[in-house]
Design a protein around this ligand. Structure first.
Ligand SMILES: [Cu+2]
Length: 87
């Protein structure tokens, strides 16, 4: 299982990630600062809604990479955005 780390620090770093179709991937969101309004996470495609991201406690989400496409994610208020491109 490949882990794709996304650091949450006043935004998503990186805000765009590419993975391969069929590659087993876990998204790991690690919030390291209180900047912005990024303490909650939405990943609609994974039914993740208003999920809390505790500071410095990486949260893992298994990604379905069986089909090409894009998986969007955003903060709890849908202000900060990012995406995973499956290709
Ligand atoms: Cu927000």
């Amino acid at each position: 299982m490949n882990k794709v780390e996304i650091t949450v620090d006043g935004g998503y770093k990186p805000s765009e990630v590419k993975v391969k179709v069929g590659e087993p991937v876990k998204l790991v969101f690690n919030r390291i600062s209180d900047k912005g309004c990024l303490d909650q996470l939405n990943i609609p495609a994974l039914n993740v809604k208003q999920q809390d991201l505790p500071l410095n406690e990486p949260q893992e989400f298994e990604l379905d990479t069986s089909k090409a496409g894009e998986v969007d994610f955003a903060c709890g208020m849908n202000m900060f955005k990012g995406k995973v491109v499956i290709e």
